[in-house]
Design a protein around this ligand. Structure first.
Ligand code: MSP
Length: 643
């Protein structure tokens, strides 16, 4: 069996959210690696998918009035669609709600129980009931409150099954000592090794507090903990229990790409699960960094989540793929800005690459009727180019084997720039007029070679653009069907007719772009929050909400609360305190005396130590740039019901 097998995975994405650039980033990186390895002679298996169980999904579904499965079915489609749009060449797409996966998870759980690696015990911790989650003591707020919702936590004890992670810690350390590239980059390797050395605790791998999960074999009160379930996807997809040959072929060559936030699961728990199952730990786990957006953390509440569908629509799929991998060192955090993308499109793509192709084709057309001539002999300058091409292939291989996408692209652009310099120095336009003829032939041939090499090398990152370059050069077939390792300088099929077409990457006019971007943003901001506006409710559901007219009669700050005001609201029949997150939008003076609409039958909650008995109604665009209070347009008595 060939050793040139390669299995690459992305994390499987939660279906409680719509896809954003963070998701696109890992999947594009995995796709580029899969394409590159295919073109270097490997038999590749590339899998992505969705993580569909657990509390997060259950809660999101409840909020939207859907069952968890309905939500998963709906959201999963967004991921599938995005991978199509981004030209992702995955061989499989796994959903954790599929039967093929459920049986594997249950069988693994059972096996680990039988061999004594999973045992039943009690889990003790601080629990937030509304959020349905345990909060580690280190992240609890003052007065034992939940860091997410600010409400008081409760000490809870729950029956749980535990995985004996501690038992295998030494074996894992030994594996990491012998495999220095098993975790990349190096900083993450060091972080994980010292984490393991600091001592591992057994891991809770079941839940009784939620229903949405894979039932635990033999104890149906429990469902399997979502991470234990999710990690196993990598085995399910690789034929564990269903296709032993596939498993044998790809498992020893498995590489996981993940974000930095989920490395403990992938570099501690997962390899230990594999060791316990008698399987090899992953050959490598590469943890990439996180994208911020124009300097800020990406978040729904800030309204700055970058939509990859929109980016592709505005800039094209290949430039988007190129930008994400070129802009930032893989492994470090990076900042996304459309302006930076436009600059890269104009300089690297339109200018460097576009010009090289364009100038070459133009001269071939002008002086050789569009036909690539054959060479006679190479001089020192041509030999330099040959060397540059050969060393670019070697550098790209070196960088790709370290997942250094940006470095690989830098090397390719080194060659492209060298190509443009070669044109400036050899001056084929002059040779076209003054000769010698053979020298012009050779120069055009060398340029064709640079473009053939470039076409091959950019294919994994920009498959569509590479294909167009290939066609314009008159080369047969598709670049992706050619081997990158099979490239030999001098083998360009001279005599073929080129077909100069549209420019590869049109230059973006900055003034026009600025105007269009502003218009796009204005349109987006004026759109209502897409939230749940499609779901229908019955009138009975609506009348359950008791809305009444009130008047704000006092406004106070709450110590340490940046966004909250404590309001006293007069409802006619009583005055009550409401805590409201509107401080960033209104001064006290603006609020004082305002007539508002209040939800009066909301269960009281304590926020930052103050009990809030109701909620006022307000509205604003999705980006939260502005907020308006809902007020009655006539002076009606306080306490009137709103219906
Ligand atoms: N379901 C788990 C993974 C299970 S794998 C067995 C999960 N899903 S996720 O949808 O929340 O995140 C998936 C990936 O997106 C993670 O690798 C995460 O690092 C990545 N990103 C989320 N936001 C990101 C950025 N802002 N920037 C880059 N990647 C980020 O975790």
């Amino acid at each position: 069996m060939s050793e040139k097998n390669f299995y690459i995975t992305t994390p499987i994405y939660y279906v409680n959210d719509i896809p954003h650039i963070g998701h696109a980033y890992t999947t594009i990186a995995a796709d580029v690696m899969a394409r590159y390895r295919r073109m270097t002679g490997y038999d590749v298996f590339f899998c992505t998918g969705t993580d569909e169980h657990g509390q997060k999904i259950q809660q999101s579904a409840e909020k939207k009035g859907l069952t968890a499965k309905e939500l998963a079915d709906k959201t999963m489609e967004n991921f599938r669609k995005l991978w199509e749009v981004l030209n992702i060449s995955n061989d499989d797409f796994i959903r954790t709600t599929e039967k093929r996966h459920e049986v594997v998870v249950q069988a693994i759980f059972k096996k680990l129980m039988e061999q004594g690696d999973i045992y039943k015990g009690t889990y003790e911790g601080w629990y937030c009931i509304p959020c349905e989650t345990y909060v580690p003591e280190s992240s609890m707020g003052e007065d034992k409150t939940c860091p997410d919702c600010g409400r008081p936590l409760q000490k809870m004890e729950e029956e749980s099954y535990f995985f004996r992670a501690s038992k295998y810690a030494d074996q894992l350390l030994d594996y990491y000592e012998k495999n220095l590239k098993a975790i990349m980059p190096k900083s993450r390797y060091n972080e994980i090794v010292s984490f393991i050395k600091s001592g591992l605790r057994d891991q809770s791998v079941s839940r009784t507090t939620i229903k949405w999960g894979i039932p635990l074999p033999g104890d149906e009160k429990h469902v399997v903990y979502v991470w234990f379930d999710a990690l196993i996807n990598y085995l399910t997809a690789c034929g564990y229990m269903s296709d032993p040959q596939k498993l044998e072929k790809y498992w020893p060559h498995v590489h996981h790409l993940v974000g930095k936030d989920i490395i403990r699961f992938h570099c501690v728990i997962w390899p230990i699960m594999l060791i316990a199952l008698g399987l090899n730990p992953p050959v490598s786990v590469f943890a990439h960094g996180w994208w911020t957006v124009e300097g800020e953390k990406m978040s729904k509440s800030k309204g700055n989540v970058v939509d990859p569908f929109e980016m592709v629509k505005c800039y094209g799929v290949d430039p988007f793929r190129y930008f994400l991998l070129r802009e930032v060192t893989f492994g470090l955090d990076g900042d996304f800005s459309e302006q930076a993308m436009v600059q890269r499109i104009n300089s690297d793509l339109a200018n460097d690459l576009g010009n090289l192709l364009n100038r070459t084709l133009q001269m071939v057309k002008n002086f050789r009727n569009g036909v690539i001539p054959s060479y006679t002999s190479f001089n020192a300058m041509d030999e330099d180019i040959k060397e540059c091409i050969v060393s670019t292939f070697a550098q790209v291989e070196e960088h790709m084997s370290n997942f250094a996408y940006d470095e690989a692209l830098k090397s390719i652009w080194g060659l492209i720039r060298q190509g443009n310099k070669y044109i400036d120095e050899t001056m084929p336009w002059k040779l076209g007029k003054e000769g010698p003829e053979e020298r012009l032939d050779t120069v055009l041939f060398v340029l064709a070679e640079i473009l053939r090499a470039t076409g091959l090398l950019i294919t994994p990152v920009m498959p569509y653009a590479a294909q167009r370059l290939w066609q314009q050069m008159g080369l047969p077939g598709k670049p992706e069907d050619h081997s990158i390792c099979g490239y030999v300088f001098g083998e360009f099929p001279a005599g073929i007719k080129t077909a100069k077409g549209d420019v590869l990457f049109p230059r973006i006019d900055l003034e026009k772009w600025k105007k269009e971007k502003a218009e796009r943003e204005e349109k987006k901001n004026s759109m209502p929050d897409p939230g749940n506006h499609e779901e229908q409710i019955l009138i009975d559901d609506f009348t359950k909400v008791e809305l009444r007219v009130g008047q704000i009669v006092e406004v106070e700050d709450i110590p340490k609360a940046r966004k909250l005001y404590k309001l006293l609201v007069d409802l006619g029949y009583e005055k009550r305190t409401i805590v409201s997150g509107i401080k960033e939008h209104f001064t006290k003076e603006e609020l004082f005396g305002k007539r508002i609409v209040v939800v009066v039958n909301l269960k009281p909650v304590k926020l930052c130590g103050v009990e809030s008995r109701g909620m006022l109604l307000a509205s604003g665009p999705a980006d939260k740039s502005t907020l308006a209070l809902l007020t009655p347009d006539k002076n009606i008595p306080l306490g009137c019901r709103v219906s």
